[in-house]
Design a protein. Structure first.
Length: 749
């Protein structure tokens, strides 16, 4: 039974009894789907239990060969049953969301996963199936045999609302009433939460085309703020897994975004679409497959970030690897004596040998090759009349303490993190960056390591580059005394055999093999911010992959837009590729977007600006305050906004101010504000705000945002386009407000 209180107020334009009848009819079908779902869940659980019972060995002390096979089969069987269970449980929220009524009276229900009845007839069609395409592609000018498209709004298994679109008026029937004002606008007006929602029920035709594009090669999705690039890309990942599951589930899909805040925001989208086998990584966390201990979340200053992202750093790092660990020491020379003959290799000769070896080997994998080259060069200096064979000569050379000490200094094992940390020394930077970086760039680079103990997001790509240059650090095994087992065992807490003591660790099959995690598909969001060095890092994870690249140059924080474009073109190369431009801004009210467009167009005339399709009738508030009144005025604005908008309120603050301002404002508000309302307020930097959206936004000190961001005005453009309802800007100080151009700014007081 459905009661009026069960659904939201809906101005349907139809009599109440018609609306009640339609809701009841849809509820009946949803009930049938969930009944079938419950039956499937019970079947899956029974299968898992049966698998455990069928394949459990009755031997408690040892397992026969046939029992081992049975155990494997049992685990595989139970795994598949448990996996299906997880999907069914995950989709228990809003499983059915759409309906298509066709000209021939066929009815298709669309949902997050497919569900069939006991006769294998579809109760719900998976949204990614070809049969569901008309739900997203059909229009009044091209109805695709669809008369009415209906979106069902459900809370769990209860239908609480209906929104219809009439697509073919010539085939409308009396039994197909049209209810509501359209699903898209209803969805856009809903309050935002702290996590991105899927748009599976409201995907538009141009978005659906990008989602279902061919997986091969490179797919580029571009569009301005609010066009749904990110959520379209995530739906594309779910579609790829559905349409080519063997390839992409086995090879993996990696989704890369700009930072942890963004990744937390999107983490629920794919599970809500029935997929949980996709790896999500912030750009600074991509390197954790080879350096698990690295936590790269800090944002560098604009000057340091620009240097670290530049391809010039490749040569800087090569110079750094070749720089002696004690750069101010005398150049290394090797001098030893064999049978009265002095053998010598000066610094120039050693440099030539090193270059020859590194042309074919990574540093940490080249020590044996380096020693062979070293011995060959020394042997050539021994007079033939001594009559020493190669083995005897090598023993004489390598047996000296001077030789072993030299080899350790000339070719030590190198760790990427320790090598990069050397750049904290301005003297080291000056030596390795001479002719590559300006003095100001060298100072910025050294300061970023001298002033911070933590790794930055930009450092992740540099560390990854070093891992590629160095190779894995060799594992040193200490010699074990074979007579150790004869010593007193008083301190030994367990039985240790001679075989245990003499056993050596099992070496990897190929110690030179790359340890990078590679994927079948890489999806790169906010690609306009990916630096050239970061592109090198990403390409190591997708050497044989297909790619989806999502971005908007007008929102780029990288100062050289041409360099960003070149990086993408180099990635595409000769691979098949396709481009999709999303042209409609669904997020920003027209009043807000007009201001943002005016700002970015002055600095970037070529900006690809979408069309804003919504209007709230509320103009942005451009306010001014003083430094001393900033905390008070900002707290007052947040107090007002949380009472006027139902969802989240974002406060976008320059990096130099955010920590102190967040603490001061939240301390002031916590004493007077409801904890629920306080939890709706998010403080973020402009770069952290990328890809996010809030019902209302306060942008603090826009001029400082421009000054402190590598992308300048383009980063401010990002900040101004985050709200779905209300925008407030707060200039700080009498001289502030340059970003506004001719627009005036009243005082908050």
């Amino acid at each position: 039974m459905i009661h009026a209180s069960d659904h939201y107020t809906q101005d349907s334009g139809v009599p109440a009894d018609v609306l009640a009848r339609e809701l009841a009819a849809e509820q009946a079908h949803v009930d049938a789907v969930y009944a079938r779902l419950d039956e499937a869940t019970r079947t899956a659980r029974s299968a898992a239990i049966a698998g455990q019972g069928l394949y459990r060995s009755d031997r408690e002390t040892w397992v026969r060969e046939e029992d081992g096979t049975a155990l494997f089969e049992r685990d595989a069987f139970a795994y598949q049953a448990a996996r299906r269970l997880a999907v069914l449980d995950a989709e228990h929220e809003g499983l059915v969301f759409g309906r298509l009524d066709h000209e021939d009276r066929e009815v298709r229900y669309i949902g997050r996963i497919g569900v069939r009845d006991e006769d294998y007839e579809p109760l719900v069609i998976d949204w990614r199936a070809p049969a569901a395409e008309p739900f997203y592609r059909a229009t009044p000018s091209r109805p695709m045999d669809v008369v009415r498209r209906r979106v069902l709004r459900c809370r769990s298994d209860r239908v609480v609302g209906i929104e219809d679109d009439l697509l073919d008026a010539t085939h409308q029937r009396d039994d197909l009433p049209i209810i509501g004002e359209g699903a898209l606008m209803a969805a856009l007006s809903r309050a935002r939460g702290k996590h991105m929602r899927d748009i599976v029920a409201t995907i538009q035709a141009e978005q659906d085309e990008a989602i279902r594009a061919d997986h091969r090669g490179v797919t580029v999705i571009s569009g301005g703020p609010g066009t749904g690039k990110t959520v379209v890309a995530l739906h594309r990942a779910a579609y790829l897994l559905y349409s080519n599951r063997r390839r992409f589930e086995r090879g993996g899909i990696l989704v890369v975004g700009p930072g942890p805040v963004f990744m937390n925001y999107i983490e629920r989208v794919l599970p809500s679409l029935g997929e949980d086998s996709v790896t999500l990584r912030a750009i600074g966390a991509v390197v954790t497959d080879v350096l698990p201990e690295v936590d790269a979340t800090r944002i560098d200053s604009a000057a340091a970030a620009n240097v670290k992202g530049s391809l010039r750093m490749v040569q800087v790092l090569k110079n750094l690897v070749n720089l002696p660990l004690a750069p101010d020491a005398e150049p290394l020379e090797l001098r030893t004596t064999v049978k009265g003959n002095v053998l010598k290799l000066d610094a120039a000769a050693l440099d030539r040998l090193r270059a020859q070896v590194l042309a074919h080997h990574k540093v940490n994998l080249a020590r044996d090759a380096a020693e062979r080259a070293l011995l060959a060069a020394l042997r050539a200096q021994v007079p033939e009349e001594l009559g020493l064979d190669a083995d005897a000569l090598d023993d004489l050379i390598t047996g000296s303490a001077a030789y072993r000490q030299f080899l350790g200094a000339w070719w030590p094992p190198l760790v990427a993190t320790e090598v990069l940390r050397r750049l904290a020394d301005p003297g080291v930077v000056a030596r390795v960056a001479q002719g590559l970086l300006s003095p100001a760039e060298q100072d910025a680079l050294a300061a970023s390591y001298r002033d911070h103990a933590s790794w930055s997001v930009a450092d992740a790509a540099l560390l990854d580059e070093l891992v590629a240059m160095l190779g894995p650090v060799p594992v040193e095994t200490e010699d074990v005394d074979p007579t150790l087992f004869l010593a007193s065992g008083a301190a030994v807490a367990e039985l240790v055999t001679t075989a245990d003591l003499l056993a050596r660790p099992v070496e990897p099959a190929d110690p030179g093999e790359d340890t990078y995690s590679t994927y079948a598909h890489l999806l790169i969001d906010e690609s306009q911010d990916v630096t050239p060095m970061q592109w090198r890092m990403l390409r190591r994870r997708g050497t044989q992959a297909s790619w989806t690249i999502v971005g908007d140059l007008a929102q780029s924080s990288w100062p050289d837009l041409d360099e960003v474009g070149r990086a993408v073109r180099e990635l595409i190369g000769t691979a098949p590729h396709r481009e999709f431009r999303l042209s409609v801004n669904y997020r920003s009210p027209k009043e807000v977007f007009d201001l943002a467009a005016e700002v970015v167009r002055r600095a970037y005339p070529k900006a690809d600006l979408p069309t804003a399709v919504r209007s709230t009738g509320v103009e942005p508030e451009l306010l001014r305050t003083s430094v001393s009144a900033l905390v008070t005025d900002l707290a007052a604005q947040l107090d007002a906004l949380t009472s006027e908008v139902p969802g989240t309120v974002g406060v976008i603050v320059p990096p130099s101010r955010i920590e102190r301002l967040r603490a001061a404002v939240l301390a002031r508000l916590s004493a007077a504000m409801n904890p629920v309302d306080l939890d709706r307020i998010w403080f973020v930097t402009p770069l952290e705000a990328k890809g996010l959206e809030y019902d209302a936004v306060v942008v603090v000190s826009p001029d400082e945002i421009v000054a402190e961001s590598p992308g300048g005005v383009r980063v401010l453009y990002v900040a101004l386009t985050r709200p779905t309802q209300r925008l407030v800007t707060l200039d700080v100080g009498e001289g502030a407000g340059v970003w506004r151009g001719s627009r005036s700014s009243p005082s908050t007081g």
